[in-house]
Design a protein around this ligand. Structure first.
Ligand code: GLN
Length: 503
């Protein structure tokens, strides 16, 4: 768009394309929007989509699950509240995989969202049979198709980055704890983040600034003092200081020279599944950063190959506990089968029936697996080792970044490392977002675990709590590819500044 999208234009495109793309599960009318003037703020009038697992009081929050059919939250998510305060106009709720569990937006009670991109040979037809990626597939398709300027998604293991890559837009997962999770329906609480999707890194940064605030209602949201420590550390690096300099009145504060940055290429991301086009775009991205004055170095994150099984153990364990609350009594749908009397000795059937009818097949599979890995007999075999490996993965990342981890580093030690001449280590990592372009919605995986392979590049950042962003990186046969950048815990601003050069 040469001129920014207005909320009226956004509703027009939703009305025009939603029956094909199924990106929104509910949306407002122009009349309804016209009734209230947006607040004055940096996002004034920006049409924004909100993923169906983020709470609003004016539309239902179903997480695309039958179990939450008709459920409207009595409170608003902090991120939504902050967006409205900044002037954004919420236009509707976007489609997703049920409770965030999936990578193709296939598991939704509303049916799949569809990728607005098609291979070159189907352009001109009415066929849209590629996945937009998941689980925030609706948000990805909506931004790519001009149905909103920005969309919020959630990212537990890649759910904004994979749809970002497959829909040719920017998908950003912040450092864990920078954006409040209050009002984001939990999946894996130690991994969950609110993510931001937009066409440009600049729009992502403006949105991030509006919603990156401390919040006492989420105990894992970063305190004011930790935010200050991170900020001080980030700015004590003489070699990146110029990236934070903004001339007065300069609106585009994001593109500052990258000369002197050091970018790491993790060897372990060169996986067997990596397709030729993904490899080519990875090389092209590295060349581009080198041309801009970055030093490109190979690094090793030895425990990275264990990320996928570690993630699918921890995420599912947490999910099995988080999803226990959907019993048909407190929220949403209740089985109509007898018995009705909870004091009856068969009352547990009421819960069981509600859950059997309300949860889809993938969610049930994950609750079962999660319950299994947490059970007394197997906990020591799967869950505990996964937590240990998670720590090793975090340490791998700490060992390659020049900036110490603000969570673990003694501040004196951190300072001494930074104030001397430039320490060893890289400022950011560059690797593909996905092993390939979008998959067909219908493609049958050989087995269930084969479908999980889509997440191999994205889950490490969630395990480590570090920020990561996917930016568009060319196309193959008309289908977009994404490249990913990741940085040290809390180093989000630097990450966005580097990413703005790649888009
Ligand atoms: N595809 C991953 C999963 O199914 C990640 C999902 C997410 O980030 N919400 O768990």
């Amino acid at each position: 768009h040469s001129t920014p999208l207005t909320s009226c234009q956004a509703i027009d495109s939703i009305e025009q394309s939603n029956s094909t793309l199924n990106a929104f599960v509910s949306y407002r009318t122009k009349d309804d929007i016209a009734k209230s003037e947006p607040q004055n703020g940096p996002l004034k009038g920006w049409p924004v989509g909100i993923k169906a697992n983020i709470a609003m009081t004016t539309a239902s929050t179903t997480c695309a699950s039958k179990v939450l059919e008709g459920y409207t939250s009595p409170f608003k998510a902090t991120a939504v509240e902050a967006l409205e305060k900044a002037g954004a106009v919420i236009v509707g709720k976007t489609n997703m995989d049920e409770f965030g569990m999936g990578s193709k937006n296939l598991y939704s009670k509303y049916g799949p969202a569809r990728n607005p991109f098609r291979p070159d040979d189907t352009v001109g037809t009415e066929i849209y049979d590629y996945s937009p990626g998941g689980s925030s597939g609706g948000s990805g398709a909506a931004v790519a198709a001009g149905m909103c300027r920005v969309a919020l998604g959630s990212d537990t293991g890649g759910s904004v980055r994979l749809p970002g890559a497959w829909c040719g837009i920017v998908g950003y997962k912040p450092t864990y704890g920078r954006i409040s999770r209050y009002g984001l329906v939990p999946y894996g609480s130690s991994l969950d983040t609110v993510g931001i999707m937009a066409r440009t890194v600049e729009d992502v940064l403006s949105t991030f600034k509006a919603i990156c605030i401390p919040d006492h209602r989420d105990m894992t949201c970063m305190s004011e003092s930790l935010r200050k420590r991170i900020n001080d550390m980030a700015k004590s690096r003489p070699w990146v200081n110029k990236l934070y300099e903004v001339s007065p009145g300069e609106s585009l504060e994001i593109k500052q020279p990258l000369k002197g940055m050091r970018i790491g290429i993790p060897r372990e991301c060169w996986v067997e599944e990596l397709s030729e086009p993904a490899l080519e775009s990875w090389k092209a991205g590295a060349r581009r950063l080198a041309d801009l004055g970055c030093e490109i170095v190979a690094v090793s994150l030895p425990h990275l190959p264990y990320s996928l099984p570690t993630y699918y153990t921890i995420a599912l364990a947490e999910a099995s506990s988080n999803l226990a609350r959907y019993d048909g009594i407190r929220y949403g749908r209740r089985s109509s089968e007898k018995p009705d009397d909870l004091h009856n000795c068969n009352a547990s059937n009421k819960y069981a029936n509600t859950r059997s009818e309300g949860f889809g097949v993938e969610v049930q599979r994950r609750i079962l697996l999660g319950t299994y890995v947490l059970s007394a007999q197997t906990c020591e075999q799967y869950y505990i080792p996964s937590q240990k490996i998670r720590r090793l993965i975090q340490q791998d990342f700490d060992s390659v970044f020049a900036l110490p981890n603000a969570l673990h580093a003694e501040s004196a030690l951190a300072k001494s490392r930074l104030l001397t001449s430039r320490p060893a280590g890289v400022d950011a990592l560059l690797f593909p977002t996905s092993t390939n372009t979008a998959r067909l919605l219908e493609s049958k995986e050989k087995n269930q675990a084969a479908g999980y392979v889509n997440d191999v590049m994205t889950v490490p950042a969630n395990l480590a709590g570090i920020p990561a962003i996917s930016v568009p990186a060319g196309k193959k046969n008309g289908m977009p590819l994404g490249l990913q950048l990741s940085a040290q815990y809390g180093d989000d601003e630097l990450l966005l500044r580097i990413a703005s050069h790649l888009q």
